[in-house]
Ligand binder design. Sequence first.
Ligand SMILES: *Cc1c(COP(=O)(O)O)cnc(C)c1O
Length: 417
Amino acid sequence: MDHFGYRQDQLHAEEVPLATIAERVGTPCYVYSRATLERHYRVFDDAFGDWPHHICFSVKANGNLAVLQVLERLGAGFDIVSMGELDRVLASGGRASDVVFSGVGKSSDEIARALRAGVRILSIESGQELDRVNAAALAANTKAPIAFRINPDVDPKTHPYIATGLRENKFGVSAADALGLYRKADAMAGIEVAGIGCHIGSQLTEVDPFCDALEKVLDLVEALAQNGITLQHLDLGGGVGIRYSDETPPDPKDYVQAMLAILKRRNCDLSVTLEPGRAIAGNAGILLSRVEYLKPGPSKDFVIVDAAMNDLLRPALYQAWHEVVAVDRRRNCEMRECDIVGPVCETGDFIARDRQLAVAPGDLVAVRSVGAYGFVMASNYNARPRPAEVMVDGDQLYVVRQREQTADLFSTETLLP
Ligand SMILES: *Cc1c(COP(=O)(O)O)cnc(C)c1O
């Protein structure tokens, strides 16, 4: 469910026509719907009832300050993977004490900074990282609250680049190593053992892998208890998928209820943290772009638009499928079979392939479901300034990020003397 829909054949974001946004802000431009973000957050939050829980939005999915602010006001915490993301959370009004710090390669500086800031928990992914966190905590005269991220070795059945919970992936510690690591951590003066977690992948469309992962993590929770190590938090990561075309991902409510049913059956009453990114932001954003040219080809036609792979990388990186629609459905032009491509000098620069679209040069198109892993992956390839970002709230529109200027692109470069 999202709040992008047609009224009198004109695509709107909530109550604002996308054509109005294009006129005011230009294209390409990301447009987010506040009501959609809020709705998706609440579905997760409400599903827990009175079970103690934290919904920590995954900042890497969409780090725009206004997006974080909207979620923060609903009570969200945040899952971060870098100090840049911590700075974003703080700049948006969030608190470090609501932050989970994940990531397989935290630097010493990042660990020290996270401890100073007072993050709620550091998710640890290796024995060497444990040593580093302990040393940093001792140097800062404090105790680091930690959880180990378990790699439960389950197949999330998703794109290989976003599968993270298989034995061969770089993430987490194996169940076999976990007990020894917890024992070691429990004896360290700089470590406070607080929790356990996993995150098995992204864009999961089935509940079963989540269930399998949870059962394996709970086996460990029980083994730890038998060894006198009790935990407070259970972090199940993110990963709930969304509908891009005809996928049938679990409803977040059903997903949460499936998790709670397992916890109850196994008499586990730990507080639960979730780290959804895509399921909250994915369908809350579109990319608005203008058609530059129609270029007939010998085997198919090309619709050349002003958005490119530098603005939206997912099609090129993951062969991701995004729906592309005409903003004005009244336009009376010929439906053509086409690839929708950008101006970047790469054959991999496509937004969508083999589509039916009725548009003419100058028309607006909307690329749907790009609110997660959209702008955050934008680059300046081909010296293209990154697009503007707009938040719509009812009948109001706010430019929450100005369009980059080309001078911004080389402002930190210098010529030789
Ligand atoms: C990427 C990531 C998430 C968010 O994943 P989604 O599929 O967007 O929900 C959560 N936790 C960790 C540790 C991640 O790396």
